[in-house]
Write a protein that binds this ligand. Structure first.
Ligand code: DHE
Length: 518
């Protein structure tokens, strides 16, 4: 080989060699900086899956910005200080690259994952403890992936047990309050018997899951996935697989599911989709008699079903935008939704499928944590904002914003109870994240701002069944749940916990209490 051909060969091979070196560097970068949250194979973990099929709404430029600056209202920090622009660009290129092995989670995988530890009927039907089973709280402790069961009268801890990795979203109860279902970000559904304090069955519905919903009669569980793009239906008794719904528009474009909820008055599951402008309604079989007729749900369950979609079939409702975050009015006639990049929200009538109002709510309203109450003879809803230091209060008759309260920073969660004069909202983001505001529901004014533990995030409230006492989380590894008197706002007790996130009272959840999430 002469000198010139040697040079030509080197020139020819060099880019390929350096591309390989770059790829190895990017792999290492991904492994060291991203994999802990997004998974070694980009399939998701605490953070979402990072695959081209799940990034269709995020342009590569915007992805670069997220890596540099972090993502609002998520646990994604900014890497602008640690990574230079070439490293960020190589990570962006990496996450839009199709995976070497396309991820799949088939019906067979779901079936093979099912574990029934205690078949239906094999455990006693009486609680093992004396506490009121309808006033229990579940506290999810994300610090070490555990959950605690608290007596809602004495606030003594009855039990603490290990959960699946990274539970997210509210656990969902059967209407009698005996069983609770947990969903984890990595796709596991756990059925837990609160009377016997045992995990009775588990199944893995997907690879990267959003949340789960339980039908009002407690007979069915629906899981909403980011990966695969699917909704998965189970028989709630032992988590037997019933049906997998691939989620796609009529042209076959797949979509992640934003979340799924049970809509008892409609007798259906409602799912909002992240990548296609549709909401899906999937009816479950109607009971002969209403199952839940307490709380604000005085109408018989599913009396309002106004469509003839066969049970377990999908009714597609077109909506004018993606729904990343959403909320329902009390009779589940309307969905109030917002897209992450949008300038406001919208109200869609679920019967006609028509948009009936725009909501002028800039600053990412966190509709999922909205609550409602009666104010001067009309029903209002209130929502914090994820990127604005405000709480918006909306008249649910004409959908006008009747008040915007200035807060000490953007908030994540709001809570109240029909028997409480106050609504609570945290200041989840920014320097004042250790503060919590108390809003008087009659005057619509902030009447108190508490700082329960200076320097530590205080967030997420849940009331007891009577609306008289409440729990607030100190969201820290060395954290606590604080019990407050709901009227005097006095601290009554502190229970040490490992990064407690959500608290869920059996009565409030099974009665669809107006001041809490469902
Ligand atoms: Fe959540 C509920 C979506 C980030 C803690 N969160 C929900 C629900 C949805 C949602 C759709 C309702 C599901 C349900 O209860 O069935 N959450 C999202 C996001 O899109 C977002 C912004 C980004 C993401 O990472 O998915 C997000 N959420 C977070 C967090 O970073 C939080 C603070 C910590 C964590 O554990 O991940 C968090 N989300 C929660 C909690 C609930 C929740 C505690 C249940 C609230 C309740 O009271 O019902």
């Amino acid at each position: 080989m002469n000198f010139l051909s040697l040079v030509a060969r080197l020139v020819f091979f060099l880019p390929a060699v350096s591309a390989l070196a770059n790829e190895a560097d990017t792999r290492t970068l991904y492994r060291t900086q991203c994999a802990a949250c997004h998974g070694e194979a980009r399939l998701g973990g605490i953070g979402p899956a990072l695959l081209p099929g799940n990034l269709s709404r995020l342009k590569p430029d915007a992805a670069g910005q997220v890596i540099r600056d972090g993502r609002l209202a998520s646990q994604m920090p900014g890497f602008g200080e640690t990574l230079d622009s070439d490293e960020i660009a190589s990570l962006v290129e990496w996450i839009y690259r199709p995976p070497e092995t396309p991820p799949s989670w088939t019906k067979d995988d779901i079936l093979a994952s099912q574990v029934v530890a205690f078949p239906e009927g094999s455990l006693p039907n009486e609680p093992l403890f004396d506490a009121d089973p309808l006033n229990l709280f579940i506290v999810v402790e994300t610090g070490d992936h555990h959950a605690s069961v608290l007596d809602g009268d004495s606030f003594e801890r009855i039990h603490r047990f290990e959960t699946r990795y990274a539970l997210h979203g509210g656990p969902k109860y059967t209407p009698d309050g005996r069983y609770v279902f947990f969903g984890s970000r990595d796709g596991w559904i756990t059925k837990y018997d609160l009377y016997n304090l045992e995990v009775v069955a588990e199944v893995r519905a997907g690879i990267n899951m959003r949340n789960i919903a339980v039908s009002a009669d407690g007979r069915y569980v629906m899981a909403a996935n980011y990966l695969p793009h699917s909704l998965v239906l189970f028989d709630a008794h032992e988590l037997d697989l019933m049906k997998v719904y691939p989620v796609a528009d009529e042209a076959g474009n797949g979509s992640r599911v934003s979340a799924v909820y049970a809509a008892p008055p409609r007798g259906s599951f409602i799912a909002a989709l992240k990548d296609i402008e549709e909401v899906w309604e999937i009816p479950w079989p109607l009971p002969i008699e209403p199952v839940v007729s307490t709380g604000h749900m005085s109408t018989p369950l599913a009396a309002g079903r106004s469509h003839d979609t066969p049970n377990f079939r999908v009714r597609r409702i077109s909506v004018p935008d993606y729904l990343d975050d959403f909320f329902f009015d009390l009779d589940y006639r309307h969905v109030i939704g917002a897209s992450r990049g949008g300038q406001g929200g919208m109200v869609v009538d679920l019967d006609s499928g028509e948009k009936v109002a725009d909501l002028p709510l800039a600053g990412m309203p966190h509709l999922g944590s909205g609550i409602t109450w009666e104010y001067e003879g009309r029903r209002v809803m209130a929502t914090p904002h994820l990127s604005k230091a405000a709480v918006s209060i909306i008249d649910m008759q004409d959908w006008s914003v009747i008040k915007t309260l200035e807060t000490d920073g953007p908030g994540f969660f709001m809570r109240s109870h029909a028997n409480s004069p106050y609504a609570w909202v945290d200041v989840f983001f920014g320097p004042n994240r250790d503060r919590v505001h108390v809003i008087d529901k009659a005057s619509l004014e902030i009447v108190e701002t508490l700082i329960p533990e200076p320097g530590k995030t205080a967030a997420h409230v849940e009331f007891d069944r009577y609306g008289k006492k409440l729990l607030l989380s100190i969201w820290d590894d060395d954290g606590a749940v604080i019990v407050y008197d709901g009227d005097t706002l006095e601290e009554l007790k502190r229970i040490p916990m490992r990064k407690p996130s959500g608290k869920y009272n059996v009565w409030n959840k099974t009665r669809y209490e107006e001041g809490t999430s469902h």
